[in-house]
Design a protein around this ligand. Structure first.
Ligand code: C2O
Ligand code: CU
Length: 526
């Protein structure tokens, strides 16, 4: 990686989108990945860790009860140097909650997650509040993690979840104005809802179903996490790519298919994923097969035959479940996940020679099993009924939201020229209705991953073109790139909840944008 990016190019790529985080990008622009400079030994020396699955503290006929405790923990990130983190149950990322669920009420279990805040005060002496949001779950408003619905130090709150959507969800802190800091400090983890009917699809499971929580995090020179400090902070050292909390890990794989559940839990950075046979190059014709997105399985697998040319965008907050088939490679081969930095066009293609950073390495071993089970992928994964079509759009309520920035003053981030106000409702919506929302980004230098709580949506159009094949499932994050216009259908209900009513947030999931104004709220009316 030798070439350098101009600021303009980085802006175009949407990589400089975070206010106050620019200094680290300059340091980074030479493309010498600073993740590697913090590790005294060679990169890819530490094995990938899979966060443990959290056992319920008790279960009854319908419900499993879980406990998440926020605490300070000191964990070795780089060179065995201890780094102060804020963790759930002492680990970063938090433990994985795996629950049984899906549309069938006979099958699904309820969850009650008790969050206890054992944090105290931050370095400015302020109490560290928390809010838990389970991203992707349709929960009643009082359990949804509204930004000011705080759990203060020494307090607990029970959050109830119906688990009616099977998919790769995640939980994270959502405190008003400080979400970027709190997520960067460690407050995020997977929550996976599995529909037992998926077993019929013969997808890779168990040791071959691996969640990968990918983050670019801000660290200070001393190895600690950066806490929202000014860009002039002399301690600011830069950004690092972590997978399940480990910088640039390796993972031993058998020559077979694996399912990876990819989540971008970065506070402010977008990813685009490619597979490569080389540490130093993007090799061509390395396929990546997408089987699921934010809201669970796609209707059919989508193979990106040349992932260097057509990387899989993984915007902040987005999830994609992918299959990588390591039987294409020989024992002893090294296969890499790289982060493609170029901007992609409406069709998802890279036009120029791709630039990248490394994410992790897979080491292909001999197969442990005598007979390798092959997971032949089914042609169809599930049926997804369209929420709406553009042809019948005129019969539905339509709304337009413009994601922009104040031109003067604090230059806060705005939706329809307004910053978040807890007292203002931005849309009143009838429970159960379907609406078509047009999302517009007039700026040419930032990307906004737009997220609505409660609902799942379906992309109908990207810049007047049909959505890319992997964007056609149910999603809750819509990556709105520079100068892009998206049209998205949403249905404002949750099938497990009797009647949804209440106030829910919508926002940009670039957490600095969210913390600095780019959030609104809609009221669902019974
Ligand atoms: Cu993942 Cu409102 O957030
Ligand atoms: Cu944004």
């Amino acid at each position: 990686m030798t070439s350098t990016f101009s600021r303009r190019t980085l802006l175009k790529l949407g990589l400089l989108s975070g206010a106050g985080l620019v200094a680290s990008d300059f340091a980074y622009a030479s493309l010498k990945d600073r993740t590697e400079s913090l590790i005294t030994a060679e990169p890819f020396q530490r094995p990938l860790q899979i966060p443990p699955v959290l056992n319920p503290v008790r279960s009854d006929a319908t419900t499993d009860y879980y406990e998440l405790t926020l605490q300070r923990s000191s964990l070795p990130y780089f060179s065995n140097q201890a780094t102060e983190t804020w963790s759930y149950n002492g680990m970063v990322p938090g433990p994985i909650i795996r629950q049984v669920g899906g549309p069938d009420p006979e099958v699904r279990r309820q969850s009650i997650v008790r969050v206890t805040n054992n944090l105290d005060r931050d370095d400015r002496g302020e109490l560290i509040q928390t809010v838990l949001h389970l991203h992707g779950m349709g929960a009643l408003a009082q359990y949804d993690g509204y930004a000011t619905d705080f759990v203060a130090p020494n307090q607990s709150k029970d959050y109830h979840y119906p688990n009616d959507r099977a998919g790769t969800l995640w939980y994270h802190d959502h405190v008003m104005d400080l979400t970027a800091r709190n997520v960067n400090m460690g407050l995020a983890g997977f929550y996976i809802v599995e529909d037992p009917r998926e077993a019929e699809l013969n997808l890779p499971t168990g040791d071959y179903d691996i969640p990968l929580l990918i983050q670019r995090k801000q660290f200070s020179k001393k190895g600690g996490f950066l806490l929202n400090r000014a860009k002039s902070d002399p301690d600011l050292e830069g950004e690092y790519t972590l997978v399940n909390g480990i910088p640039l890990p390796y993972f031993k794989v058998e020559p077979r298919k694996y399912r990876f559940r990819l989540l971008n839990a970065s506070p402010v950075r977008h990813f685009q994923i490619a597979v490569s046979r080389s540490r130093n190059r993007l090799t061509s014709n390395e396929p990546l097969t997408v089987i699921g997105s934010d809201g669970g399985l796609l209707s059919e697998p989508v193979t990106l035959a040349n992932s260097a040319q057509q990387p899989l965008p993984l915007g902040i907050g987005e999830r994609y479940d992918v299959i990588i088939d390591f039987s294409r490679y020989a024992p002893g081969d090294e296969v890499y996940l790289h982060r493609v930095l170029n901007t992609v066009d409406t069709a998802g293609q890279v036009r120029a020679r791709a630039e990248f950073q490394r994410i992790m390495r897979f080491d292909v071993n001999e197969s442990a099993a005598l007979e390798t089970v092959d997971n032949d992928l089914p042609i169809q994964l599930r049926t997804i009924e369209p929420l709406a079509t553009l042809a019948n759009a005129d019969n539905l309520t339509q709304r337009t939201f413009v994601f922009n920035r104040e031109k003067t003053g604090d230059r806060r981030w705005t939706i329809n020229e307004q910053v978040f106000d807890t007292e203002r409702i931005d849309a009143e919506i009838k429970s159960g209705s379907v609406e078509i929302w047009t999302l517009i980004n007039p700026l040419d230098d930032v990307t906004h991953p737009v997220h609505l709580h409660l609902v799942e949506g379906q992309l109908l159009e990207r810049n007047g073109q049909p959505p890319r094949p992997y964007e056609r499932g149910l999603k809750d994050v819509f990556v709105l790139g520079p100068e892009e216009t998206l049209r998205v259908a949403f249905r404002f209900d949750s099938q497990a909840l009797e009647q949804v009513a209440g106030i829910f947030m919508m926002h940009c999931h670039q957490l600095i944008h969210e913390d600095r104004g780019m959030m609104g709220q809609f009221k669902v009316i019974a």
